[in-house]
Design a protein. Structure first.
Length: 169
């Protein structure tokens, strides 16, 4: 059963998805806001359930990654005085959070988060298909035009003077 009138606008979720270390992730503060809990509580629950969050579900940002994100303003403005580096959660990690938080809001939010990741994946697949088609066209037309360029080169290249001469001696 899909809820067309979600409490959380999907655009809001999609804006919080960033790419770090080649993974599409959401930060702990953004997920805490969506799930209706303080970031501190979310991270406490994660630490109590670390076995549910392997490296492909969650990782902690380095100081450089955190500074880079802050300078790009790629995330929400809730950066307030953090004392620890934020955690980044992949799609699977964001879904696992709903399992450990177990609130109605967290469950609804996790459904929307998964949908946002799915839409992003579909968009990227569409873009990849478009890039493949352009590459195919480019190769096709480059091959056709190479024949034309070879013919032009043949016309403008001087003939070999040491060859057999035509005419009377």
């Amino acid at each position: 059963m899909t809820d067309q009138h979600s409490l959380i606008p999907s655009e809001q979720i999609e804006r919080t998805i960033v790419v770090i270390r080649g993974h599409k992730v959401m930060l702990d503060s953004d997920l805490a806001e969506l799930y209706g809990v303080p970031t501190k509580r979310l991270n406490e629950q994660v630490k109590r359930n670390l076995d549910r969050f392997p490296g492909d579900f969650m990782f902690q940002l380095t100081a450089d990654e955190f500074q880079n994100l802050r300078s790009q303003n790629a995330t929400s403005s809730s950066w307030g005085g953090r004392r620890t580096l934020p955690y980044a959660f992949t799609e699977h990690g964001a879904l696992m959070l709903a399992n450990i938080l177990k609130s109605r809001i967290a469950i609804q939010a996790s459904i929307e988060v998964v949908r946002a990741f799915i839409r992003l994946r579909q968009y990227l697949a569409t873009q990849a298909e478009l890039v493949r088609r352009v590459d195919d066209l480019e190769q096709k037309y480059d091959a056709q035009f190479s024949v034309v360029f070879e013919a032009i080169r043949g016309l403008i290249t001087p003939s070999d003077p040491s060859g057999r001469q035509i005419g009377f001696k």
